[in-house]
Design a protein. Structure first.
Length: 218
């Protein structure tokens, strides 16, 4: 069984927000909800200041704090390493939101559901279609799932996640500068492991001891 992970090369990232938009389209996310975000800041002082760009998402930790905090077992780590949420078990206590070191979870309530992309004009046809195609359950927590549906469908077709677009996360496919690489962390010959080794990939906030499956090259 593979263990899926991602490498993000922040030197390549141009903060185009393509990953953010592709993710919202893939999952039909309502206004204000983001599974992929891009943090932008600066370091140093002019004229030698530098721009900092950090794309962030759920880190799909092996020893996830959200899993430990969940009182019902709704949040769990799948055999392939993806941290998932069983919305039939989620009671909306939001303990996982508090415990997540990366702040990558959203509570889906009526207020979030009712938001419109064009306030006061009603939901567009695409928004209504999205609610049918990718429904979220009220009173539960939602987050990035590494586009697990694409991975699972692709594997059934004999495709390889990270190489074939139809089996890879939308944020990886859309990146115009190939800043993201997806693959099997348990395969020593995979491209993702090669990049982690050769370019010294680092986990974000490693001190929390959650063993993230997302690595950064800077």
């Amino acid at each position: 069984m593979p263990r899926w992970g991602m490498v993000i090369d922040v030197k390549r990232c141009i903060a185009c927000w393509g990953c953010t938009i592709a993710c919202k389209e893939e999952h039909f996310l309502p206004p204000g909800v983001f599974f992929n975000r891009v943090l932008i800041g600066e370091t140093g002082k002019f004229p030698s200041s530098s721009k900092l760009i950090y794309p962030i998402l759920c880190n799909h930790c092996s020893d996830a704090a959200c899993v430990e905090a969940c009182p019902t077992g709704a949040t769990y780590v799948r055999e392939d390493g993806i941290v998932a949420i069983d919305d039939t078990k989620c009671v909306g206590c939001r303990a996982c939101l508090v415990s997540c070191p990366y702040q990558q979870r959203t509570y889906y309530d009526q207020k979030v559901k009712d938001k419109e992309y064009f306030p006061g004009q009603g939901k567009t046809e695409m928004e209504l279609i999205g609610e049918k195609l990718y429904p979220f359950k009220l009173g539960t927590v939602i987050k990035c799932n590494f586009c697990s549906e694409r991975i699972e469908d692709g594997l059934k077709k004999g495709l390889t996640p990270g190489k074939d677009e139809d089996a890879s996360p939308a944020c990886v496919n859309i990146c115009p500068v190939n800043a993201r690489v997806f693959g099997d962390l348990d395969d020593p010959n995979s491209e993702i492991n090669r990049m982690i080794m050769e370019k010294k990939g680092k986990q974000l906030r490693k001190e929390f001891g959650t063993e993230p499956a997302v690595y950064y090259i800077d």
